[in-house]
Design a protein around this ligand. Structure first.
Ligand code: ADP
Ligand code: TMP
Ligand code: ASP
Length: 261
C-alpha cells in the first residue's frame, strides 16, 4: 500500500490517503511536542518506538474486544488504519492526580483517585485545548449522547485493561489520553478507538521508584526519553534488544466495513 496524499500533518504524526478511500497510512515522525506545540524537538527513534508501541497496545485491546482503527503495522514508522470521522475531543483518564489537573486545582501531586476521573478537552491548539464538560460536548454537538455514553464505557474498559497490563510489568498507569472516531456500519453509526496510545500519550511511573517513563521526560527536560520508552517496551516484551523490535502480526477479530459520511 502506497502513500498518496498527506491530508494532515499533526505535531507528531502525518496522515496519508491510500488507494483505498476507507484506509489511511499513519506515519509516526520523530517530532516531539509539548505545551500545544510551544516546546518542540526531534528525537531520533521516537517515531519507530511509538509506532511499535501503539500497535502492541491496540492489538492487546483488540484481543480484549475493544474496536480500534489499526489494520496492520506496515514498517518501523508506518501503520495502516481505518479512516474515521474524528471527534474533536481528547479524552483523558486519570488514576492519580498529576500534570494539568494539579496546576488547575492545586491538587496534591500523585494523589490516588478513588475511581478513575475522566476529563474531556477540545482539540484546538489555538485555544490551548480547553477543558470542556460533557454538557459542552452535547450542546455543541461534538458527540451524540449515545456516542458519549459508549465512549465512557470504553474508557473504563480501556483503563482496566491497560492498568492490568502495565501493573504486570511494574508500571503505574497514572493517566492517559485517547481519541475516538466515528464510522458507519450497515447504515449505523459506530465508534472506534483511534489515534495512538504510547508513552507520548500516557503517564507511566515505575512502581518502586516513581521514575517517569513517559513524555514528561521531555516536558520537564529530564532527558533520556528514548531510553525510558525502550525500558517500557522491553518490560512489555515489545523490544527484545536495544534496537531490535519484535515484528508483530496483527489480525483484527472482525473486519469492519467503513463508509465515510
Ligand atoms: P495533533 O493533531 O495532536 O498534532 P498528531 O500529530 O498525532 O496530533 O496527528 C495525528 C492526527 O490524525 C490527529 O489530528 C488525529 O486526531 C488524527 N487521526 C488519528 N487517527 C485517525 C483516523 N483513524 N482517521 C482520521 N484521523 C485520525
Ligand atoms: P495533562 O495532565 O497535561 O492534562 O495530561 C493528561 C494526560 O494526557 C497525560 O498522560 C498526557 C496526555 N496528553 C496527551 O496525550 N496529549 C495532550 O495534548 C495533552 C495535553 C495530554
Ligand atoms: N500533545 C501536546 C503537544 O504536543 C501537549 C502535551 O502532550 O503536553 O503540545
Amino acid at each position: 500500500m502506497d502513500k498518496f496524499k498527506e491530508i494532515a500533518k499533526g505535531k507528531a504524526k502525518s496522515m496519508f490517503t491510500t488507494s483505498n478511500p476507507s484506509e489511511l497510512i499513519m506515519e509516526f515522525r520523530d517530532d516531539a511536542s509539548a505545551f500545544d506545540g510551544k516546546k518542540r524537538a526531534s528525537l531520533a527513534g521516537k517515531g519507530a518506538v511509538n509506532n511499535q508501541f501503539n500497535a502492541f497496545i491496540m492489538d492487546y485491546l483488540g484481543d480484549n474486544g475493544v474496536d480500534h482503527h489499526l489494520i496492520n503495522l506496515m514498517d518501523n514508522t508506518h501503520s495502516l488504519v481505518h479512516s474515521l470521522d474524528m471527534f474533536p475531543i481528547e479524552c483523558v483518564i486519570r488514576n492519580r492526580a498529576t500534570g494539568s489537573i494539579c496546576r488547575r486545582l492545586g491538587t496534591e501531586d500523585g494523589l490516588i483517585l478513588e475511581k478513575p476521573l475522566f476529563e474531556f478537552f477540545l482539540k484546538d491548539d489555538d485555544l490551548g485545548d480547553p477543558l470542556v464538560s460533557t454538557e459542552h460536548i452535547l450542546a455543541f454537538k461534538w458527540m451524540e449522547k449515545d456516542e458519549l455514553n459508549l465512549i465512557n464505557k470504553e474508557l473504563n474498559r480501556i483503563n482496566d485493561f491497560l492498568q492490568g497490563m502495565f501493573r504486570g510489568v511494574g508500571i503505574k498507569l497514572v493517566d492517559f489520553k485517547v481519541e475516538f472516531g466515528r464510522y458507519e456500519k450497515n447504515g449505523k453509526k459506530e465508534i472506534m478507538l483511534a489515534d495512538e496510545i504510547s508513552p507520548d500519550t500516557c503517564r507511566l511511573w515505575d512502581v518502586n521508584s516513581d521514575k517517569k517513563l513517559d513524555k514528561d521526560r521531555f516536558r520537564k527536560g529530564l532527558g533520556n526519553l528514548i531510553e525510558a520508552y525502550q525500558e517500557v517496551a522491553r518490560r512489555l516484551d515489545i523490544l527484545h534488544e536495544q534496537s531490535n523490535i519484535r515484528p508483530l502480526k496483527y489480525t483484527k477479530p472482525q473486519a469492519v466495513k467503513i463508509k465515510k459520511k
